[in-house]
Design a protein around this ligand. Structure first.
Ligand code: ZN
Length: 585
């Protein structure tokens, strides 16, 4: 650093190291330079004048720290800056940015309005949680509205109404009132008629392509010029079945000069042959159905929605609906349009998931490969982890790309402090250890940070100095070429011979210090007869079989525990065997 003296540089390096380590520990061992830079300049404004000298130090430190294992990063933080562990928790409580124009309204009202043609997934969670959290933030109300008016291409299914309610319950969003659009057809008819009477809507019988051509050219179609009486008569012909599907639509008048042709005189209601395409709730009772922009726009006003929080793909819809609001003399609600959310490695696309279900790749909506809420729940992801992730991302308009790791980091923070620890030996191999000098009783804490949670005890009683253990096949590679390997919380041994059916080993020493001196790997284990059969369903739907320690018998479905050196799992079923779903490392 040219302008900084050596003492100052040393200080700077120490501060940077601290910030980098904290950042690394927070993000699974991998720090990124950018947030570190802003944090440093935010907290230590004295470095602002040395930005050019600081940047390379940050990059260098990030590279250096990222090479360290997470455990070592954590140990360093705990040893050098224990106070930051508390500080880190405080800074993690993120807040949503305030809503605009709240004072204008007596009561903030938001809504989540799913089409019940699909299950909820991580993508839908954003609209739900933001809408819910904002309503709560201002002591307002949150409405659940099923938008089930398309019986043809986005046909609702009865199972999904209840499925959506269950998923929302699980996510922790209580709605204050619920509406179903298929109950509200008379309301939409009334408003359509009002628009027609006022000359702000008309019944168009042009062929779709003919209309589109005119529309592209910003020209009016003949139907637009008909008298109000003529339009009302055509409207009743829509309702009484004189017109059939595809023969007439109600259009809302807009400026024909609107720069986006898709906004011009948009369709508000259409005829659907509900004998052919019956609605799952109201069957063939109605054949005139509102289109998305019409029913949504009407409902948002009638339900007193003050703030609409949705994806930016709805911007064009707002442009359409604003014309209708103007016709009625209503004021359009405040809108927040957030950017797209992508999760790398997760398909949030409805059509892809549906295709996978139809072709039999996925058997259920909770298949662990999916990012549906049902699947996340099955894997032991806590609803609070999803809530925190959504608040982290917030309602910003930029597109956001997340990885599963972001969600896992949030979940780990929640489950790690309380999850009981157990040994799970995956794909077990037998290892015979000889020359064991005495009986051992291994007393291992249920949680390393919480002795009050108790201990698990394993008795090892050698016969003629010999005992048989189980270890994970994965650990086989750790056994070779080492002076000693340590069975966690038991003793150290030296491997003698590895053959197909058995591993021969000899007792080495007892103390942990000895193992540390020899840089011995630590592996988990089970006495050969001290486990129950266990299957863990992995995120790729493969199944890992093995033995879990006997104490797992006391677990109940939905318990989230940590299989040490394997990962966090959620117990799904337990009888003569344990079935668990893998959450994350
Ligand atoms: Zn027309």
């Amino acid at each position: 650093m040219a302008t900084v003296n050596p003492t100052e540089e040393k200080q700077a390096r120490e501060i940077i190291k601290k910030i980098v380590l904290l950042n690394a520990v927070r993000y699974e061992g991998k720090a990124t330079p950018k947030p570190i830079f802003s944090k440093l300049l935010g907290e230590y404004p004295q470095f602002r004048k040395n930005v050019n000298e600081i940047a390379p130090i940050i990059n260098e430190t990030v590279q250096e720290i990222n090479l360290l294992p997470l455990a070592e990063q954590k140990a360093t933080v705990a040893e050098k800056w224990p106070e930051t562990l508390v500080e880190e928790k405080v800074e993690e409580i993120k807040q949503l940015p305030p809503l605009s124009n709240v004072k204008k309204y007596k009561n903030v009202v938001t809504r989540f309005s799913p089409n019940p043609d699909f299950v909820l997934h991580l993508g839908s969670a954003r609209a739900i949680w933001l809408s819910y959290a904002y309503a709560k933030m201002y002591d307002g109300s949150f409405i659940l509205r099923f938008e089930d008016t398309d019986t043809k291409t986005k046909k609702p299914k009865l199972e999904f109404y209840e499925g959506v309610r269950e998923d929302m319950d699980w996510l922790g969003c209580k709605w204050d009132s619920e509406f179903i659009q298929s109950d509200r057809l008379p309301i939409y008819y009334e408003h359509a008629e009002e628009l027609i009477k006022a000359g702000n809507a008309y019944v168009c019988t042009c062929e779709r392509l003919v209309f589109r051509e005119k529309c592209q050219a910003a020209q009016i179609c003949p139907c637009r010029t008909f008298s109000t009486d003529e339009n009302l008569s055509r409207w009743s012909k829509m309702l009484d079945g004189t017109f059939h599907e595809g023969e007439a639509v109600v259009r809302v008048k807009t400026e024909l000069a609107h720069p986006n042709p898709a906004v011009r005189d948009w369709p508000a209601l259409r005829i659907v042959d509900t004998v052919k395409f019956p609605h799952p709730r109201v069957g063939s009772k109605y054949s005139v159905w509102p289109l998305y922009n019409f029913s949504t726009g009407i409902d948002d006003h009638l339900m007193g929605i003050t703030h609409i929080i949705r994806g930016k793909e709805h911007l064009t819809n707002q442009a359409r609906q604003e014309y209708m609001y103007k016709h009625f003399g209503w004021e359009y609600p405040e809108t927040i349009h957030y950017g797209r959310l992508k999760i790398t490695g997760a398909s949030l696309s409805k059509s892809e998931i549906v295709k996978g279900m139809e072709s039999g790749i996925y058997k259920h909506w909770d298949d662990p490969r999916l990012a549906t809420l049902a699947a996340l729940k099955k894997r032991g992801i806590q609803p609070e982890a999803i809530q925190n992730l959504i608040v982290d991302v917030g309602p910003k308009p930029q597109d956001v790309v997340l990885s599963w790791k972001n969600l896992y980091a949030h979940n780990r923070k929640l489950v790690d402090p309380t999850a009981k620890r157990f040994f799970f030996v995956a794909e077990p191999l037998k290892i015979t250890v000889t020359d064991i000098p005495k009986s051992y009783s291994a007393k291992i804490p249920v949680h390393p940070d919480h002795p009050e949670m108790g201990f698990r005890t394993f008795e090892v009683t050698p016969k003629n100095g010999e005992a048989i253990f189980l270890i994970s096949k994965n650990d086989l590679s750790l056994l070779q070429g080492k002076a000693a390997v340590r069975f966690m919380d038991l003793f150290n041994f030296t491997t003698q011979k590895i053959s197909e059916n058995n591993i021969q080993a000899v007792f080495h020493s007892e103390s942990y210090e000895e193992a540390r001196k020899l840089s011995s790997p630590l592996i988990h284990w089970l006495p050969v007869d001290a486990g129950i059969f266990c299957e863990v369903v992995m995120p790729d739907a493969s199944v890992v079989e093995g033995m879990a320690e006997y104490g797992c018998k006391k677990l109940k479905p939905d318990d989230v525990v940590q299989f040490q050196r394997f990962g966090f799992v959620r117990v799904d079923a337990i009888n003569d065997k344990l079935v668990a779903y893998f959450a994350h490392k």
